[in-house]
Design a binder for this molecule. Structure first.
Ligand code: HAM
Length: 403
C-alpha cells in the first residue's frame, strides 16, 4: 500500500522555512501593532454564503476555487479562501458597526483556493492581513500602503506598486453601463461573457490574451470617476508622492474579489516568477452593508506569506542562544536545573544525554547556539562550568554560582 502523501498544492513548512515564516509574521505583527492594529483570529470554516455575498459570484475564487462541502449538520460551509469576509462577519456579528469609532485588526493564517498548483500558487497558502473599519479618509488608504511599504522595506524587498480607483456607488453604475456598451462590441472568452452579466468590470482583469488585446480601447475607470472619488484619488497620489512611495496607475487593476470600491492596489515583485503579486488590497466601503451591517467605510490588505518567503533573508540574528550540555550521566541533574533557571533569561537549548565535548560543540553549532556551557565530572567536583563563546571563540571555566 502506498504511503499517504500531502494533498496537491499543500505543503509542510519546516526548518529554515518555518523559521523564516515565524520571523516574518512576528515582524509584521510588530509593525501592525505600531499602527494601532490588534490581533484577530477568525474561524477557518465559515458558511459558504459569506464568501458568495462578499468575494462575489463573478470572482474565480467563488465560482471555481472554493473548498465547499455540506457538513454533518447539513450546513453549506467552506474553507476560507481569504480573510476579509470572516473579519467583516465578526465586525457585523459583534455590532461593531453600531458602536461606531475606528476598529483595526490584523490576522495571519491559512487560506484555501482550489487553483491549479504551480510555483507561487498553492491550494493552501497563508496570508498576513490588516483590516481597518470606520475611517473614510484617504489618509487611511495611504497609511495601509505605507504600512506594507514599511514591512517590505524591513525585509529589504523591492516591489512595484500598482494603483487604481474603482469608483463608488455614485460613479460605478454609469461607468459599468459605458463599459458594457463597449464590451457588447467585442469578442470575449466564455468566462468574460459570464462576468459581463454578473460584474462587468471583472472583464478588465481577464488573463486571456485575446481579451486583453480586444480590451485595449475599453473606457477607463479613472476617467469616469465622480468628483469625490477623483479628488480622493488625486489626494492619495499626492500623499504617496510626498512620502516617496513610487506607484504606477493601472486602470485595468480591478482585483480578483468583488467587494472593492475606490482605492485598489497590488504590490508585485519581478523576482518570483509568473505569480508576481505579493500583496493586494483596497477600500471596501460597501461590504459591511452587504453583510447586513450599518454602512461603514473600510480598507485593508493581505500579503501572501509563501510568496514573501521566497524573497526574504533573515537578518543577522542578535538573539543569544545558550546551549547547555552534560559530559557525564551524573551531570544531567545539574544541567536540567541550569536549563530551567536560564530559560527565564532567554533561549536555551540542550540535549538530555551525556555526550563527549566535541559532540556537544557540534550539536550546539548546528542549532545556532551563540554560547556553549558544559558540565562534566571535573566541573561537578569543582563546582564549575566550562564556557565557550561561539562568536568570539573565547573559552573559560567559571564558578557555577557566577554562571
Ligand atoms: P488577494 O489578492 O486575493 O487578496 O490575496 C492577497 C495575496 O495572497 C496575493 O497578493 C498573493 O500574494 C497571495 N495569494 C493569493 N492566492 C494565492 C495562492 N493560491 N498561493 C499563494 N499565494 C496566494 C485578498 O485575499 C484580500 N482579502 C486582500 C484584502 C484584505 N483586501 C482588503 N483587505
Amino acid at each position: 500500500m502506498a504511503n499517504i502523501q500531502s494533498l496537491r498544492g499543500m505543503k509542510d513548512i519546516i526548518d529554515n522555512e518555518s523559521e523564516l515564516f515565524t520571523y516574518f509574521v512576528e515582524n509584521c505583527s510588530r509593525i501592525a501593532k505600531k499602527y494601532g492594529y490588534s490581533y484577530i483570529e477568525t474561524p477557518i470554516l465559515e458558511e459558504t454564503a459569506l464568501f458568495k455575498r462578499s468575494v462575489g459570484e463573478s470572482s474565480d475564487i467563488v465560482s471555481k476555487e472554493m473548498y465547499q462541502f455540506i457538513d454533518k449538520g447539513e450546513n453549506d460551509v467552506c474553507l476560507r479562501p481569504e480573510g476579509t469576509a470572516g473579519v467583516v462577519r465578526w465586525f457585523v456579528q459583534n455590532k461593531k458597526d453600531r458602536a461606531g469609532g475606528i476598529h483595526r485588526v490584523f490576522y495571519a493564517g491559512p487560506m484555501f483556493r482550489y487553483e491549479r498548483p504551480q510555483k507561487g500558487r498553492l491550494r493552501e497558502f497563508h496570508q498576513f492581513g490588516c483590516e481597518s473599519f470606520g475611517e473614510a479618509s484617504v489618509y487611511e488608504d495611504a497609511t495601509n500602503i505605507l504600512m506594507i511599504n514599511e514591512i517590505l522595506s524591513f525585509f529589504e524587498i523591492g516591489y512595484k506598486l500598482q494603483l487604481n480607483s474603482l469608483g463608488c456607488k455614485e460613479c460605478m453604475p454609469s461607468y459599468r453601463d459605458t463599459l458594457v456598451e463597449h464590451l457588447d462590441t467585442l469578442d470575449l472568452c466564455d468566462d468574460c461573457v459570464r462576468r459581463k452579466e454578473i460584474n462587468p468590470i471583472r472583464v478588465l482583469d481577464c488573463k486571456n490574451e485575446t481579451c486583453q488585446t480586444n480590451l485595449s480601447d475599453a473606457p477607463k475607470i479613472t476617467t469616469n470617476l465622480c468628483g469625490e472619488c477623483d479628488t480622493d484619488f488625486e489626494k492619495l497620489k499626492k500623499i504617496l508622492d510626498t512620502n516617496g512611495v513610487a506607484y504606477e496607475i493601472d486602470s485595468n487593476l480591478v482585483r480578483g474579489l468583488d467587494y472593492y470600491t475606490k482605492t485598489a492596489f497590488e504590490f508585485v515583485s519581478d523576482n518570483i516568477g509568473a505569480q508576481s503579486a505579493i500583496a493586494g488590497g483596497g477600500r471596501y466601503d460597501r461590504l459591511v452593508e452587504f453583510l447586513g451591517g450599518k454602512p461603514t467605510p473600510a480598507v485593508g490588505f493581505a500579503i501572501g506569506i509563501e510568496r514573501l518567503l521566497e524573497l526574504i533573508v533573515m537578518k543577522e540574528s542578535q538573539e543569544e542562544v545558550l546551549y547547555i550540555g552534560a559530559m557525564s550521566e551524573e551531570a544531567l541533574d545539574s544541567v536540567f536545573s541550569l536549563v530551567k533557571t536560564k530559560r527565564a533569561y532567554g533561549k536555551v537549548i540542550t540535549d538530555y544525554k551525556s555526550r563527549s565535548f566535541s559532540k556537544h560543540l557540534n550539536n550546539a553549532q548546528k542549532q545556532g547556539a551563540t554560547t556553549v556551557a558544559l558540565v562534566g565530572e571535573t566541573e561537578l567536583q569543582d563546582g564549575t562550568i566550562w564556557l565557550k563563546n561561539l562568536t568570539s571563540q573565547e573559552e573559560n571555566t567559571i564558578k557555577i554560582e557566577d554562571f
